[in-house]
Every structure is written in structure tokens, then in C-alpha cells.
Design a protein around this ligand. Structure first.
Ligand SMILES: C[S@@+](CC[C@H](N)C(=O)[O-])C[C@H]1O[C@@H](n2cnc3c(N)ncnc32)[C@H](O)[C@@H]1O
Length: 347
């Protein structure tokens, strides 16, 4: 006997089956800044939308049909369109919690690169990198050739980190930490947040030379230049900067293989004084390997595009690697947005 398939399961399947089309619909609306326009006018009918977007009526209807049927926007019985609360928060330029740069990053990087997923699964290589100019082995190095996408990437990382890391700052006790190094710290969003919370703290981002000018600019804008800095380097090829009593790996361990993560933790262990700490901050995969969905969305990107070797690992994998690298007193914290922090101490 065949089981009845529920409509919600069919709809769920259709959203996956046509995910690429719905994504292009979302991206188009972001590109036209439609959500901000809707927010400013509260609600708009199709003729107003047509005028504001400067497109013909039928293309506008097609766009709005996709946005309404997928639940991003709502349409009332009189034909007026408005933002859902989620669209208002995530997609309007004036919202402090918007993820507009992340949508743009998906368009410029993930969407193009993921075309090569099957080949990446077969070869265990980031073959999607062929979509980006240059011949370096990682996306991070190749972004140096496309300044516009490099900036979108850093802005998207900022969006990802800004809220989750406020939560981190509340759970992480850095009252006895003097100098924190944020390995692969990007534009400095994390250290700026931590330095605001801990007024004695000195901290530095240790990132690729192509990224450090963006970091330095952000630090300068924050007014915390007396305590924060950007140190250019490659965490595998160069020594870790001296003098740190805490190393933070934020959205960083997911990029690399198990072997490279262990190498980084061992390098941190060697560089730390007794009592020094290592902090891993990331979206964490559950130990039963069923999700959350954010880890399932991120992992193929690390395989197919970023490096060909990373994924969103489980809590227990990180805990084991830290302990294998010599760290003790390992503590775990569940944070917002599927994030977690794992802290180890050099005893
Ligand atoms: C996913 S982003 C995370 C940025 C930041 N930590 C955050 O939480 O938003 C990864 C960062 O690692 C940097 N990175 C990649 N390879 C690196 C390497 N070999 N050495 C140092 N930094 C590296 C990239 O330039 C990028 O800024």
C-alpha cells in the first residue's frame, strides 16, 4: 500500500527542485532593492512596483508571483504587496540585521561554483574554483583578483558574525585575557565586538595580506586603533604572532581538513603560555549528523568552492581534536543561530 503524500511534502520538494529559480527571484528583488522600497511605502500595487523598478508589467508580475508563492512577500485581497516580517528584517537596507551582502555573495560565489558539485563529490576537490580568476588553490586567495567580490565576501562575513558574536562576547569570559589573536579574523568584526565588551583587551586579526587593508580600515572606523591591529600572514606558512594568551578561530575551522585543524590547534598550543585559551566559534553540526540545515547548506560550499577539504564539523569532532592537541578543561556553549563555542585551556 502506498502512503499518501501530504501537500506540504510536495511543496517542500518543489522548493528544493526549483531552488535555483527561487534564489534568482530573491536575488533579483535584492538587486532592485524592492524590499526597501516596499518598506518605505508600507504596501504597493503592481502598477507602482512596475514604475519603481522601471520594468514592464508582465516581468514584474512574474517576479512578484515568485516572491509571494515562496512566502518571502505577502499580497492582500486588494492586490497590494508588502514585506513579511522576515523580509523586513533580513532584506531591507535600513535593517541592522539585514543579510543583503550574503545574498549577493550567494549569487556571485556559491551559485556559480555549486554547478560543479557532482564533480567535487567524485574527485574530493574544489573544482568549482574554476569559476574564479587566478590559479591559487583556495577561494580566499583568488578573491584577491576581484576586489568587488572580495568586499562583498567580507561584508557578508560581517553580517554573519555581527549578531552571533555579540552572543559570543556575552558567554566568553576574557577578563583575564591580555592579547587575543583572531586567526583568519577577516574584517575585524569579532575583535571590535570583543574589545568593546572587554575594555582592557588588546587583540589582532591574523589574516591574508590581501584582507588586512579592509581590516585596518574597519578598526580605524571603530576608534579602537590603540588596542586593535591587523597582522598580515598565512596561518599555515607563517609563525603565529607572538605574545597571545588566547587564539580565536571564528568561522575558520570549517574551511580546513581534520589534519589541518589539528595542525592549527597544535600550533596554537605551542604558542600559548600555560593557562592560555583557544576558542572555536562556529555553526556546529549535531553529533547525530542530522543537521541543522545551516550546516547542510555550508558544507558543500567548503568542498566544492572554498578549499575542497572543509565542512561544518560536529561538536564532538572539535572536542576530540582539541584534546588530541593537548588542551584540557574543554567547555562547550550553545549560542544563537546554530552557533556554538568550544573553549580549551593549556593546563
Ligand atoms: C569564512 S572567513 C571568516 C572571517 C571571520 N573569522 C568571521 O568570523 O567572520 C575566513 C577568513 O579566513 C581568511 N583566511 C583564509 N585562509 C587563510 C590563511 N591561510 N591564513 C590566514 N587567514 C586565512 C580569509 O581571508 C577570511 O577572512
Amino acid at each position: 500500500m502506498t502512503e499518501e503524500i501530504e501537500q506540504k511534502d510536495i511543496d517542500n520538494f518543489l522548493k528544493i527542485f526549483g531552488g535555483h529559480i527561487l534564489f534568482q527571484t530573491l536575488y533579483a528583488a535584492v538587486e532592485f532593492d524592492l524590499f526597501t522600497k516596499l518598506s518605505e511605502h508600507k504596501k504597493l500595487d503592481i502598477s507602482k512596483i512596475t514604475k519603481l523598478l522601471n520594468i514592464e508589467k508582465q516581468p514584474a508580475r512574474i517576479l512578484m508571483l515568485g516572491l509571494v508563492s515562496s512566502g518571502i512577500l505577502q499580497r492582500d485581497t486588494e492586490g497590494f504587496y508588502s514585506n513579511t516580517p522576515a523580509a523586513e528584517m533580513a532584506l531591507t537596507t535600513h535593517s541592522p540585521r539585514n543579510v543583503i551582502s550574503y545574498v549577493k555573495l550567494q549569487y556571485h560565489v556559491m551559485y556559480k561554483g555549486m554547478f560543479h558539485f557532482v564533480e567535487a563529490l567524485k574527485t574530493y576537490k574544489n573544482v568549482g574554483l574554476q569559476e574564479f580568476p587566478g590559479n591559487e588553490p583556495t577561494l580566499y586567495q583568488r578573491l584577491g583578483h576581484t576586489p568587488e567580490i572580495k568586499q562583498i565576501f567580507q561584508d557578508a562575513m560581517h553580517e554573519l558574525s555581527i549578531h552571533a558574536n555579540q552572543d559570543l562576547a556575552n558567554h566568553l569570559d576574557l577578563s583575564s585575557t591580555r592579547f587575543l589573536i583572531d586567526v583568519g579574523g577577516g574584517d575585524g568584526t569579532n575583535i571590535i565586538e570583543l574589545a568593546r565588551k572587554f575594555s582592557h583587551l588588546q587583540a589582532a586579526v591574523f589574516d591574508l595580506p590581501t584582507v588586512c587593508p579592509i581590516t585596518a580600515k574597519k578598526i580605524n572606523e571603530s576608534g579602537l586603533g590603540d588596542r586593535l591591529s591587523a597582522i598580515p600572514g598565512n596561518c599555515f606558512e607563517d609563525n603565529f604572532p607572538k605574545g597571545a594568551d588566547c587564539f580565536l578561530f571564528s568561522h575558520f575551522c570549517t574551511i580546513w581538513s581534520e589534519a589541518k585543524n589539528k595542525l592549527l590547534f597544535r600550533k596554537a598550543y605551542e604558542a600559548l603560555p600555560k593557562g592560555g585559551k583557544v576558542v572555536i566559534f562556529n555553526m556546529m553540526q549535531e553529533n547525530d549528523e542530522t543537521g541543522p540545515l545551516s550546516t547542510a547548506l555550508g558544507s558543500p560550499y567548503f568542498l566544492t568552492i572554498a578549499t575542497g577539504e572543509g565542512m561544518l564539523y560536529t561538536w564532538s569532532e572539535y572536542e576530540k581534536w582539541l584534546s588530541d592537541s593537548g588542551f584540557g578543561e574543554i567547555k562547550t556553549f550553545r549560542l544563537q543561530q546554530d552557533h556554538g563555542a568550544i573553549i580549551g585551556t593549556k593546563l
